[in-house]
Design a protein around this ligand. Structure first.
Ligand code: DC
Length: 221
């Protein structure tokens, strides 16, 4: 039997971390957790309860680790509600990027992921600090990159395919704001951490991107 390893993937919004993680998880039969989805849940909860997104204590006091569950089939349950789809909405993306700067929120999210993840060997976690904070001992670490222009273009195309007409300029602007927030915050910003394999996906197809990552994983199995 092949040995099982842990995989951490960091990169900016819209670079394809979740798509790649999902493909790898399927191929390897590993569990995948997207750490960003938990920041989204916290933002969703704060917005739903009219909590000021700049008030760290109020945002963090409004949720408990016990409120959060990930099912076997990867649904995210929060306070007994399936929020898997709701947290993908645009205002939640912006809110998540904002509340992710709070150390107390990050500490609690990381505790949830690490406790959950300890049950598995063969876990894939994506995020902004997955390679150096959430899974510092992961056997394979990736930093995925693509220019904001390429990421915005991909998002507009993806939206179009889902019947949503989004404007390139707006998507690009929002991408740049999130990049700025994620890379410049004081606590655990997005960066290329030591030991991470950098992959610039700007000119790669999904299959090429997957293959590049899969070959790196195979070297460690
Ligand atoms: O990956 P995502 O777009 O679902 O993440 C939502 C937000 O959460 C994103 O703006 C950055 C933040 N985030 C973070 O600060 N740390 C992580 N490990 C994952 C996400």
């Amino acid at each position: 039997m092949k040995k099982r390893i842990n995989i951490a993937i960091d990169g900016p919004s819209g670079v394809g971390k979740t798509v790649m993680s999902t493909m790898l998880a399927k191929k390897l039969e590993y569990k995948f957790l997207s750490s960003g989805s938990f920041y989204r849940v916290i933002a969703y909860n704060a917005i739903l309860n009219n909590i000021d997104l700049e008030n760290e204590q109020a945002v963090n006091d409004a949720w408990h680790i016990e409120d959060l569950h990930v099912t076997e089939d990867d649904k995210i349950i929060f306070k007994n509600e399936d929020v898997t789809l709701k947290i993908r909405e645009d205002n939640i993306s912006r809110g998540a990027s904002s509340i992710a700067k709070f150390p107390s929120v990050r500490e609690k999210v990381n505790k949830f992921i690490q406790t959950f993840g300890a049950k598995y060997k063969g876990i894939i976690v994506d995020g902004r600090d997955a390679t150096y904070r959430i899974l510092p001992d992961a056997e394979v670490k990736f930093f995925l990159w693509a220019t904001p222009e390429v990421r915005a273009m991909r998002r507009v195309k993806q939206d179009h395919e889902m019947g949503i007409e989004s404007k390139y300029e707006d998507v690009l602007e929002s991408m740049k704001i999130r990049d700025y927030n994620d890379m410049n915050r004081a606590v655990d910003p997005l960066k290329v951490s030591e030991g991470s394999i950098e992959i610039d996906t700007s000119d790669m197809s999904i299959d090429e991107n997957f293959e590049a990552m899969y070959q790196e994983v195979l070297k460690r199995l």
